[in-house]
Design a protein around this ligand. Structure first.
Ligand code: PEP
Ligand code: MG
Length: 918
């Protein structure tokens, strides 16, 4: 018989059944596993039991009916719970009340349902009043049960319940719920039951056992709810995991001033500083803290107000951190000065906090370096590259309001006052949006994802807005009390100021400040000491080299400062786009005879020499791959159609000229333009991307190759003379045949010889090629007989393999293909392993067979994409080359790939050993 239900104290039985702790979490959910684990550690946890995720899946598969024996097992566990608490479910004199909470393997804050205080009915409530002498507490608890049960189980809109409370407050002329009396709550409870009857067409069930059964089913059902599904889609959580249900004895933080409830992180979740932080409320229930409805107190307040309990909490938090080797997100309740822990889980945190905590924990001996490196995700490094408000502009500006700095970074955008509008404006108008709400709820997540940043007037550090913002790396400021958001007039008032929806606001999530208007932003300094440590550790594990693509010395220096070990691609044509050079390049391409062409080429040589010198100096001691000119001609030449229009214009205008000299000059102009147009016409190609570009240009104009080679060697000699260590690698683009390489090599070798003899200086260099077309990959063995290195130009290789224009990758049919799932992902973002990847593997293998020490890298955009980097690692490449800003991301991604390999090997070791024994 399947065991569907486990007491918190039965964790050892679960461990016997499944292979590891991950599987325990899979079966009991994160919350259930955490509670069971804490119970075993002797931490004060109210007793309870967990109905497994398997139960949920069986429930879903059987059209929402509980599988055989599940309910009987739940009742048996309930009896055990009665025995351990000495209380009885539904009993008048000494009632047991329980909570029923969802808990999936991965936390999905606020996405699924919770019902508290199950076990109350009129009779039990009166018994509890007699026992506690606190009717206010009892009826507040009772109305919460009816409210939660009504909305979660029976689908009554929560607003209806809230409206009753508001009306009652108004009648009693009080501001806050805490000012309502026992009679108020008794009356409200009665009203709530009427609401349930009217809206749900059924009575609130008086039978506690019936309550428990319906609550269990409702939580199972909530796994398939719209909110939960949308959240899983956004967070990449599989849909087949199911949620567990945790039934736990209630403890109360709202039975007087020696009671409290709170949510705390064992370290600062924004900065990672090693001090607990959190929010709590005296005389309140936990949901009040998380919902952000009441203004919470900080944990520092608790240290003053309840020093002993604070001390006990900090001790437990430390033990839990040590036990889990991770920062913990802890829920606690204090009932009559007794501390209870209700939940612990790994806390969500910002990228900054992740990095700092990883480093601190290594230094505190809680985790090892590998764990630290594994824990920081390459995408989190990007966060350090996110913009911040420009410090100068910040200094000059005064914030219009301040709140809690719950998720760092700057967000500048137009105000949207609801989630749908945020999505609409962001998607349809492409404008940056800041979502501004009184507080956020799970229903707002799509708007939060679409927004650049989030601002709320209510809520604490652990409010929904804060958690979600942090998880998705959105800058956020919450709890800005002076913000008056008027959803009717669609405007925000802050003191005298009025900001209308659609106007700009700027947020500083790092300091919790709000500014009027559109402030400039800057990229942050990534030389953060904690980040440097993690990246240095990552370097110890990775096998792939990390190089950078850079065309200018400034970029090369930046890349080096980020840890680039080589320059993997200098696109020389980019240097030709400079305004003072473009006309010379155009003259060279358009030259009608050898002399004109030679003249243009000669003019370019000194300019190129200076370019290369700059790069060599910046990369002193490291390899520099210079790719010879690769210009799809249309990128350099004026547009044919435009010139044609100009000419027609000129011909029309001639009739308005009155003097002979004006006419002569116009005729001259026309003849000249016609000649130019003729030449341009003869160069026009239907598909310039597949035309006279890459090596083809060098083959047709060997003088051009010779000029670039001369510039490279002369620049190298000049640097060598200054003591700079130069390692040039000359790379030929878009090769498809070994003969192309041979032709280019001949020219280059001649120039190299000449310059070395003229200068009496030896320049060590290599000659290699890009692999950017399927043919090149397929005949890589032949290419490797000439080329000393390969670099995969995966932008072109993807374009030529798929036959999809890279220039149209962000629009047109490809977008539709991705939307419909015909292509699983954009092949220009992540390497298509089955197609492009297969070509890469073929080329690597053939290249290495022909030339075992051949150096092979990637220099397409994929070189900075973590998933593609993992592929490059497995394909056995020597390095990846990416844009300077992605170098830190790539360093970490390469380490992750190596560590994943190591873990996979470790996992197969026992299997291998078993095979040997067998
Ligand atoms: C490539 O094709 O991947 C490449 C690096 O070259 P480019 O992007 O300059 O064509
Ligand atoms: Mg290319």
């Amino acid at each position: 018989m399947t065991k569907w239900v486990y007491l918190f104290s039965e964790v050892a039985e679960v461990e016997d059944r499944v292979p590891d702790w991950d599987a325990v979490r899979g079966l009991l959910g994160g919350k259930g596993a955490g509670l069971a684990d804490m119970t075993r550690l002797g931490i004060p946890v109210p007793p309870g039991f967990t109905v497994t995720t398997e139960g949920c899946n069986a429930f879903q598969q059987a059209d929402e009916t509980l599988p055989d024996s599940l309910w009987e097992q739940e009742l048996e566990a309930l009896r055990a719970l009665q025995a351990s608490t000495g209380k009885s479910f539904g009993d008048h004199a000494n009632p047991l009340l329980v909570s029923c909470r969802s808990g999936a393997k991965f936390s999905m804050p606020g996405m699924m349902d919770t019902i508290l205080n199950l076990g109350l009915n009129d009779d039990v409530a009166e018994g509890l009043v007699a026992r506690t002498k606190d009717p206010r507490f009892v009826y507040d608890a009772y109305r919460r049960l009816v409210q939660m049960f009504g909305s979660v189980v029976l689908g009554v809109p929560d607003e209806v319940f809230e409206a009753v409370i508001t009306a009652r407050r108004r009648r009693a002329e009080v501001e806050s719920d805490t000012d309502l009396t026992a009679d108020d709550w008794r009356e409200i409870t009665r009203k709530f039951k009427e609401i349930v009857r009217t809206y749900a067409g059924t009575d609130f069930p008086d039978d506690p056992v019936e309550q428990l059964r319906l609550a269990t089913e409702a939580v199972f059902r909530s796994w398939g709810g719209k909110r939960a599904v949308a959240y899983r889609n956004a967070a990449g959580i599989p849909h087949d995991l199911g949620t567990a249900v945790n039934i736990q004895a209630m403890v109360f933080g709202n039975m007087g001033d020696d009671c409290a409830t709170g949510v705390a992180m064992s370290r600062n979740a924004s900065t990672g500083e090693p001090h607990p932080e959190g929010d709590y409320l005296i005389n309140a229930q936990g949901e009040d803290v998380v919902a952000g409805i009441r203004k919470t107190l900080s944990l520092d307040h608790m240290r003053q107000a309840m020093p002993e309990l604070y001390g006990e909490f900090v001790d437990i938090a430390r033990r839990l951190e040590k036990h889990h080797g991770n920062m913990q997100d802890i829920e606690f309740t204090i009932e009559h000065s007794k501390l209870w822990l209700l939940q612990t889980r790994d806390g969500k945190r910002t990228a900054q906090a992740e990095v700092r905590i990883a480093v601190d924990m290594v230094e505190e001996g809680l985790i090892d370096r590998k764990t630290a490196v594994r824990r920081v995700q390459p995408e989190q490094i990007e966060f350090f590259l996110h913009p911040q408000l420009d410090p100068e502009a910040r200094k000059a500006a005064t914030p219009i309001a301040t709140g809690l700095n719950v998720s760092p970074g700057a967000a500048v955008g137009i105000v949207a006052l609801d989630a749908d509008r945020a999505v609409q404006w962001a998607n349809e108008t492409n404008r940056p949006v800041v979502l501004v709400r009184p507080e956020t709820k799970p229903d707002d997540v799509h708007g939060m994802l679409a927004a650049e940043g989030i601002l709320t007037s209510r809520g604490g550090r652990t409010s929904h807005a804060a958690l979600v913002a942090r998880q998705f790396g959105k800058p956020a400021v919450v709890g800005v009390a002076e913000l008056d958001i008027d959803l009717t007039t669609r405007e925000i008032r802050v003191g005298e100021k009025v900001i209308r929806e659609g106007e700009f606001l700027s947020l500083d999530g790092t300091l919790g400040e709000v500014f009027e208007g559109q402030m400039p932003t800057v990229r942050p300094d990534i030389s953060n000491a904690y980040l440097s440590k993690v990246l240095d550790w990552a370097d110890d594990y990775r096998r792939l080299g990390i190089w950078a693509n850079a065309d200018y010395p400034g970029d090369a220096e930046l890349a080096r400062s980020y840890g680039a070990e080589g320059l993997g691609l200098a696109r020389t044509e980019h240097m030709f786009f400079e305004p003072d050079r473009l006309p010379i390049v155009q003259a060279m391409i358009m030259a009608g005879n050898v002399t004109d062409r030679a003249e243009a080429i000669e003019k370019l040589e000194p300019l190129q020499r200076a370019d290369f010198e700059g790069l060599f100096r910046a990369m002193d001691g490291a390899p520099v791959v210079i790719r010879l000119l690769d210009p799809p001609l249309h990128e350099f030449l004026p547009a044919y159609d435009e010139l044609l229009r100009d000419l027609a214009d000129l011909k029309m205008r001639i009739q308005h000229y009155s003097t002979m000299s004006e006419v002569d000059s116009a005729l001259n102009d026309i003849r000249h333009k016609e000649d130019y147009l003729d030449r341009l016409g003869s160069l026009r190609e239907a598909n310039p991307m597949l035309g006279t570009r890459g090596v083809r240009l060098g083959v047709l104009i060997p003088e051009l190759t010779a000029m670039q080679a001369r510039a490279i060697f002369e620049a190298a000699v000049s640097c060598i003379r200054d003591g700079v260590e130069v390692r040039p690698k000359i790379m030929i683009p878009l090769t498809v045949h070994a003969n192309e390489l041979r032709a280019q090599q001949k020219t280059i070798v001649e120039v190299a010889k000449a310059v070395q003899e003229e200068t009496k200086t030896e320049v060590p260099y290599q000659f290699g090629t890009m692999v950017e077309a399927p043919r090149a990959a397929l005949v890589a063995g032949e290419l490797a007989e000439v080329a000393e290195f390969f670099s995969f130009g995966t932008n072109d290789l993807t374009q030529t393999t798929f036959g999809i224009s890279r220039d149209d990758a962000e629009r047109g049919f490809l977008v539709e293909y991705l939307r419909r799932g015909i292509l699983p992902e954009n092949p220009f973002t992540s390497i298509d392993e089955d197609g492009v990847g297969a070509l890469i593997r073929t080329a690597v293998s053939a290249g290495r067979q022909a030339r075992p020490d051949i150096e092979i890298g990637v220099c397409g955009e994929h070189g900075g994409d973590p998933k593609s980097i993992a592929f490059c690692h497995t394909a056995g490449l020597n390095y990846v080359s990416c844009s300077p800003y992605r170098v830190p991301v790539a360093r970490l991604a390469a380490a992750h790939a190596a560590l994943a390999d190591e873990a996979a090997e470790e996992a197969t070791e026992p299997a291998k050993a078993e095979a040997v024994v067998a």
